[in-house]
Design a protein around this ligand. Structure first.
Ligand code: C2E
Ligand code: MG
Ligand code: MG
Length: 748
């Protein structure tokens, strides 16, 4: 940079003289106005001076008329500004000449010439400047020779007018050199300011107090597509779009900022800008800030805060806002609003088996399918992993259910993911209201409840909200509260249902099933309260307690010589919720460490549905449990849709076929086929098969014929208190076995 400046040094010095003609038009006009005014002010002043010196009126008026004529010419705005400057210059130097003449060449009157030359320099133009100097020289030389007495006041000067013209000429030239220097320095300063302005990337301009633009930079010219200097600020800003409050900077000497303004660029596009004004020396400086990037960034952030990154759908926050709006503002003349709460069935299993990338693709594909069944003005939100909400303003519950059915049908079409076909289904809850006072959360909670009901009924269906769903939920909540008390009040009890070996029909074990002796509702089945216990988390302490009871029972029976318990296997049900408890493995290890029975005498049962929902994390815990030596069983097998690949990875020893396949199997060739297939599968994987729900002798015959290993069911024994089961084990069964048919029960 320094080298660059040095190389330009001589060129800069070569121009010691001012260039001239660089003043912007508005600045020139304003200075010109002042000089014309000064010219007019001379007329009465000269009239007074002339009268005081006793000059004749007609003579005086003749001279002043000439000056007036020049000033009139200088005031005509249409004329070329150089001509007008020349007219003012001639008028003012004329005033000097008249003054010298009227005062009879008074030496002090000659000072007026000096003042005029200095004044004329403010034009920063060579023409008026040279006219002024030329006039002085010519005046002294010509009038000094023709009428020396009225040109030079002193006798010496009158005697030798040429010498004195020369002396005056030199003096005026010296004064002019000083003026030229000031002029040149002003030019350099102005150039520097213009260079700085030109290098400012923001379009910038300055206006005077009259609103006329006095300076601007190239960036502004490019933006507006014309030379703005000399125009009124409002013309530039296209009238009504003018952010006039920016001019306030002139009045209150404060900085101001406009709102975001969309500015039409000269090239036809629009630029978002912010205008900032700052009071400056006699006026205001206004700068345009291009806020395109900033706006884009802001919009991006807003979008991020309100949408789901994976699908671009609304998130919970945006959904809440839209729902509030929909409730407040009637749509299509109705205050109806419906919401659909949608949850994919068994998504977790897919996510675990196919991987998270495929899971993401599925979620995106599902969001597209929902979109395909809804209208533009209807909001779709993703509120959780595989949870979506659709907001239907103006829809009642019937319309909501119809849309939900369409969405369900769309989602149920096979989906191609990573080259393979995936079959999905979902559960949809629908809730609607026509009361604008409904709380948004309440409506969502109703739809959520309905969705749970759809799920509980097997999934793949639509359920509209009904009041009794909430009643049932309320009942469950009450049960949840009671359950805590039940635990402390020792209202829980473990019963046992024996398991029979099918080859010789001997009892080889029993399944522990918890019962709740409710003070008002009688004995409650775990089907009623296990789900609540899972939801409240009470299942964890309850499960620990059951496991401890079962271990104790096994110890008791082992120490009872009347009971052959060395090979007896007790099964305990474990909720997947318990698998999430970090203490589950240490707790069992501890129990086994203090036990005298073998770990293999304990079987843990986990339902297939639970495993499918829980995925890989559960498998890891099961492996740790199995490593302690206990056996693992998949309970209710056949209802949970576990894939063959998942099944192969599960660390289990036993499949318990769900009783929906067993009860009545004797007369059901379809179920016989299913069970035959399951047994074949189990054999292939090296697993034992237990048939649950044997109620009829024909069921027993069928499961034996199908080579199941063990069976359980009301035909053989109901779940009973430990004491009764002990009797059965001792072979003194108080339980009467019904018609044995072709088989006879043996104990041992
Ligand atoms: P499960 O483990 O499949 O237990 C078998 C269920 O079938 C028991 O119901 C039993 O009474 C019933 N059952 C047995 N034989 C027959 C039959 O021939 N016909 C019919 N219709 N039913 C039969 P229960 O005792 O009501 O238990 C229901 C479920 O509650 C159990 O299903 C199990 O999943 C769960 N459960 C029971 N106790 C516990 C426990 O201590 N912890 C956990 N986590 N779950 C438990
Ligand atoms: Mg079970
Ligand atoms: Mg079962």
């Amino acid at each position: 940079v320094t080298d660059d400046v040095r190389s330009r040094g001589p060129a800069a010095w070569s121009s010691v003289l001012p260039v001239g003609g660089r003043l912007p038009a508005p600045v020139f006009r304003s200075r010109h106005r002042w000089l014309v005014g000064i010219g007019y002010a001379h007329l009465p002043a000269l009239l007074l001076v002339g009268t005081a010196w006793g000059v004749g009126t007609s003579h005086l008026l003749a001279e002043l008329t000439g000056i007036l004529g020049l000033l009139v010419v200088a005031s005509v705005p249409r004329l070329d500004h150089r001509l007008r400057a020349a007219a003012v210059t001639t008028a003012l130097t004329g005033c000097s000449t008249v003054l010298v003449h009227l005062t009879g060449g008074l030496t002090e009157s000659h000072f007026h010439f000096f003042i005029v030359v200095a004044l004329i320099t403010v034009y920063q133009q060579w023409t008026p400047f040279l006219i002024a100097i030329g006039w002085v020289v010519v005046h002294h030389a010509v009038l000094g020779s023709l009428a020396p007495a009225s040109t030079f006041g002193s006798p010496e000067a009158t005697a030798s007018p040429l010498l004195w013209s020369l002396i005056h000429g030199v003096a005026i030239l010296a004064a002019s050199a000083a003026n030229l220097l000031t002029w040149r320095l002003a030019e350099v300063e102005r150039q520097r300011a213009e260079d700085v302005l030109a290098s400012v990337p923001q379009p910038t301009y300055g206006i005077g107090p009259d609103g006329v633009i006095t300076f601007s930079n190239r960036a502004l010219t490019e933006l507006v597509g014309l030379d703005p200097i000399g125009r009124h600020h409002h013309d530039l800003l296209h009238g009504e779009r003018a952010p006039c409050h920016l001019c306030a900077s002139v009045q209150d000497a404060q900085e101001h900022r406009s709102e975001d303004v969309l500015w039409p660029h000269a090239d036809g596009t629009s630029v978002p800008v912010e205008l900032r004004s700052r009071p400056a020396e006699s006026g205001v400086v206004i700068t345009f800030w291009d806020i395109g990037d900033q706006l884009a960034h802001r919009r991006e952030l807003e979008a991020l805060a309100l949408t789901d990154a994976l699908t671009g759908l609304a998130n919970r926050t945006l959904l809440g806002d839209r729902l509030q709006q929909a409730l407040e503002a009637p749509t299509g003349g109705t205050t109806d609003v419906a919401v659909l709460f949608l949850d994919l069935d068994r998504f977790k299993d897919l996510n675990d088996t196919l991987g998270h990338a495929a899971g993401d693709s599925i979620i995106r594909a599902i969001s597209e399918r929902i979109r395909s069944q809804t209208r533009e003005e209807e909001t779709i939100a993703r509120t959780g992993g595989d949870e979506f909400v659709v907001l239907l303003p103006g829809a009642d519950v019937d319309v909501g259910v119809a849309v939900a059915q369409r969405v369900l049908a769309a989602i149920s079409r096979p989906l191609t993911i990573e080259g393979g076909e995936v079959f999905l289904s979902c559960s949809v809850g629908v809730a609607a209201t026509s009361d604008p006072g409904t709380a948004p959360d309440r409506l969502l909670a109703d739809a959520d409840l309905a969705m749970y009901a759809a799920k509980a009924a097997g999934g793949g269906q639509v359920q509209a909200y009904r009041v009794d769903l909430r009643d049932r939920a309320g009942e469950r909540a009450a049960l949840g509260g009671d359950l805590h008390r039940a635990f402390d009040a020792c209202e829980l009890e473990v019963q046992y249902q024996p398991t029979w070996e099918l080859d010789d029909l001997r009892i080889s074990g029993a399944e522990a099933l918890v019962r709740w002796r409710h003070p008002t509702r009688g004995v409650l089945s775990p089907r009623v309260f296990i789900e609540v216990a899972e939801q409240t988390g009470a299942i964890v302490p309850m499960g620990r307690w059951v496991l401890e009871q079962v271990c104790q029972q096994l110890e008791t029976w082992r120490h009872d010589p009347s009971i052959p318990a060395d090979e007896l296997v007790l099964a305990v049900n474990l909720s997947v919720r318990q698998l999430r408890d970090p203490a589950v493995v240490p707790h069992l290890r501890e129990l086994l460490a203090h036990a005298t029975f073998e770990p293999r005498q304990l079987t843990l049962e986990v339902t297939e549905t639970g495993l499918v929902e829980e995925g890989d994390a559960a498998i890891a815990v099961l492996e740790e449990l199995r490593a302690l030596g206990v056996s693992l069983a998949i309970d209710d097998f056949g209802t949970g849709f576990s894939s063959l690949s998942t099944l192969r990875r599960l660390p289990v020893d036993i499949l318990k076929i769900d009783r929906s396949f067993i009860t009545g199997i004797g007369a059901d060739p379809g179920n016989q086929q299913v069970v035959r297939a399951i047994v074949g599968l189990a054999r292939g994987l090296g697993l034992d098969v237990v048939a649950e729900g044997v109620e009829e002798p024909s069921d027993l015959a069928a499961v034996r014929a199908l080579s199941c290993d063990r069976a359980q069911g009301y035909l053989l024994a109901h779940p009973s208190p430990a004491e009764q089961v002990a009797e059965l084990l001792r072979g003194r069964s108080p339980l009467r076995l019904p018609e044995p048919g072709p088989v006879i029960a043996k104990v041992g």
